[in-house]
Design a protein around this ligand. Structure first.
Ligand code: ADP
Length: 404
């Protein structure tokens, strides 16, 4: 590509012609094979392309290829390498090399002198996870990096019908069986668990998860926003099976013709539509959108074959709904005689999952503060476990009432 373009990115006809001329003149007794590389064949000039006899497309490595590369780069058992590979969707060989070297160097820093001699044997899956998370958060620029979330159905309280409906759609639309549903739109007020649902879907289907906030893809440079949309789908296809989650979809796909005078948004919507139509080819990519304002979204996006199913994700109304969410949120808490039903009953009638999260988080913080206080005044044998009591919850509920 560099050969056919000048510094400003325009086609440099003189160089291409000269290169072609040299090729024609090339005659020697031994066969000569010319090998070139490029990241994008489409951007090569036509004159240059006509000299190419074979194009070999090198795709991103698959799960097995990544596992092989990892066990080749370091001394890992195949099963551990597979586990690491499963968390590195979208990584290319240079990323894997960097991952291995970073993991070694992080591990090395933590070792004492005796262990350092055996660093090759001491490396484990958990050491990789820390570095993968760091790398993913660094990659996650405008278009995000595919990640493997760790949210399970059990982390979500309630929303049972929505879960069932999504799974039903995935079982028919996805990954192999033929019938097409490319996506689902989740809509409802903020904090009701739309993102959480999308992550759990990705975990439960063993897919990678590409989370993109609509406004992050928009760029002031001409053509860049469309390019970003294209890139998101490209990344998803590379990391397939993959779920793309478009948060705040209304900002990315507003009604065409009404949004702006420059037509930028119209082009972004058109790009999104054509990418969604491309998903018909069953490449293992499923789209979940989320919005608070479905009325602002271009109706073309909601037609069959695109985001043709809309599911309402609402706040929790009634004691039982709140109880389900409280149970999910306190699953990992150590609690002392806490009656969650009573707490759910004492809360305002209608609350979002995020409100309930703040109640649980505050209750846990109250308990943690108590433990710290005890340790400060303390007897050496006082317990350090954070055990949340009913009083901690009552204080957290009062706090919520004060702030609302
Ligand atoms: P949204 O995407 O609808 O704005 P999120 O999924 O980001 O909302 O939810 C915000 C936080 O609220 C989550 O991280 C989670 O802790 C909590 N939450 C919301 N709904 C639920 C639920 N049904 N069960 C458990 N936690 C929930």
């Amino acid at each position: 590509m560099a050969l056919s373009q000048d510094r400003e990115g325009n086609e440099d006809v003189r160089i291409v012609n000269y290169f072609n001329k040299l090729l024609m003149e090339l005659s020697c007794d031994l066969p000569v094979i010319i090998v070139g590389t490029t990241t994008s064949v489409d951007q090569l000039s036509f004159e240059l392309q006509q000299n190419i006899l074979h194009i070999i497309n090198i795709d991103n490595p698959s799960l097995d290829e990544r596992a092989d590369a990892i066990s080749w780069l370091c001394n890992l058992s195949h099963s551990t390498a597979l586990k690491v590979a499963a968390r590195t969707s979208g990584f290319i060989l240079s990323d894997l090399t960097f991952l291995v070297s970073q993991t070694y160097s992080e591990k090395y820093k933590l070792m004492d002198e005796n262990e350092k001699e055996n660093v090759n044997n001491g490396i484990e899956f958990e050491d990789f996870v820390l570095v993968i998370d760091k790398m993913n958060s660094q990659f996650a620029g405008a278009i995000g990096a595919p990640q493997v979330p760790t949210v399970n159905w059990t982390d979500i309280g309630g929303h049972n019908e929505i879960k069932k409906e999504i799974v039903r759609s995935l079982n028919t639309a996805d990954f192999g069986t033929g019938l097409r549903r490319s996506g689902i739109l989740l809509w409802g007020p903020p904090g009701t668990g739309k993102t959480l649902l999308a992550k759990a879907v990705a975990t439960e289907c063993g897919s990678t998860f590409l989370s993109v906030k609509g406004p992050e893809l928009l760029n002031m440079y001409v053509g860049q926003s469309e390019q970003n949309v294209r890139q998101v789908f490209e990344r998803a296809r590379e990391a397939a099976p993959c779920i793309i989650f478009f948060d705040e979809l209304d900002s990315l796909a507003p009604n065409r013709g009404k949004s702006d005078s420059t037509g930028v948004m119209d082009r972004v919507v058109s790009q999104l539509l054509s990418e969604m139509d491309g998903l018909q080819k069953n490449e293992g990519v499923f789209v979940l959108g989320a919005t608070n304002r479905p009325d602002l979204i271009d109706p073309a996006l909601l037609r069959p074959g695109r985001l043709d199913k809309m599911l309402y994700v609402g706040p929790c109304e009634g004691t039982d709904a709140k109880l389900n969410v409280l149970k999910a949120l306190t699953r990992k808490f150590k609690m002392n005689e806490v009656d969650l039903y009573k707490i759910a009953d004492s809360l305002p009638r209608c609350l979002t999952g995020a409100d309930l999260y703040s109640v649980c988080y505050n209750a846990w913080q109250n308990a943690a503060r108590n433990v710290i206080r005890q340790m400060e005044n303390s007897t050496p044998d006082s317990s350090r476990a954070v055990i949340v009591s009913a009083d901690d919850f009552v204080a957290a509920v009062d706090n919520l009432a004060l702030n609302s």
